[in-house]
Unconditional design. Structure first.
Lengths: 144, 147
């Protein structure tokens, strides 16, 4: 039996970005009806918070699952640097034709982060993305 | 398609008094402490509601947030906000409106009202910033009419 304790660690990062909920293939009226104020022209913005949770064995030499310096570098490189002070619809290719809801953003973050953590020998187990204190989306990977 | 959890934070304020009406003051003070004082007291509650579902291919949303807000407002916030919980809760899980009892009742009020295929995943209530009470779908199938 594997006696090594599995530990989850969670690191938070922040970025500020603009977005707009809008579908080109819908009329203005339908966009307004479905998306409300999130459809207002030119977009709006949020102070996003991303919580990244990874799990793995605690390294007996360092006492760490993964050095937080590495965790920060990964989250910074994959997410924060791409999104911070950008307009998501205009500047992130994946969202030119996909509505940048919190749900879709958390799935995007998972797709970027999971393989990078896997390369470091740890498993991404949860990404939680808050657009403000009152709304968040969370993804734990596709269950088998 | 991928299953995503969507969380929403709500706030309401309510009064309560923790006491068992069939026990004496000494028993109540022993069990509930100052929460048993006769006049009652109140809290600023924070309520986390988490639902699970698949983002719609066109809208990117698991469900319209306005629809979730309307359900929570009608069945939880409106009936409880600025009320006395001893009066307005059914108290089926215990004699007094502890946060556990409150949370179980909120779960029951919401679980059958989230429009399928979206489902209620988690209810969490904090009574003050020092405590948090959580209930998740997989641990509470008995309370979930859809199993």
């Amino acid at each position: 039996m594997d006696a090594t304790p599995r530990v989850e660690i969670t690191r938070k990062a922040r970025f500020c970005a603009a977005h707009r909920y809008h579908r080109e293939d819908w009329t203005d009226a339908k966009n307004q009806e479905v998306f409300g104020s999130c459809n207002n022209p030119f977009g709006h913005g949020h102070n996003y918070e991303i919580e990244v949770t990874i799990t793995g064995d605690v390294d007996p030499e360092t006492g760490m699952v993964l050095n937080l310096r590495e965790v920060d570098a990964i989250v910074q490189g994959e997410i924060v640097a791409r999104f911070d002070h950008r307009h998501i619809n205009e500047e992130i290719d994946e969202f030119r034709n996909t509505v940048p809801t919190t749900e879709n953003l958390v799935l995007y973050a998972w797709r970027r982060l999971a393989p990078v953590f896997a390369d470091r020998g740890v498993r991404l187990c949860r990404v939680r993305l808050r657009e403000d204190p009152f709304l968040w989306a969370e993804f734990r990977g596709d269950e088998a | 398609m991928s299953t995503v959890l969507v969380g929403r934070l709500y706030r309401f304020n309510a009064g309560h008094r923790l006491f068992h009406p069939e026990r004496d003051d000494a028993w109540n003070f022993d069990v509930f402490g100052k929460c048993s004082f006769a006049g009652g007291h109140g809290h600023n509650y924070e309520l986390e509601i988490v639902v699970r579902g698949t983002p719609d291919r066109l809208t990117g949303r698991v469900l319209p947030l306005a629809a979730l807000d309307a359900i929570v407002d009608e069945h939880v916030i409106e009936p409880l906000d600025h009320r006395n919980l001893n009066d307005v809760l059914a108290l089926v899980d215990g004699p007094a409106p502890t946060t556990e009892v409150l949370m179980l009742e909120i779960w029951r009020r919401l679980v059958g009202r989230i429009p399928p295929p979206v489902s209620l995943h988690r209810v969490a209530v904090s009574e003050t910033d020092k405590n948090l009470f959580e209930l998740e779908a997989r641990a509470s199938t008995a309370l979930n009419p859809r199993g």
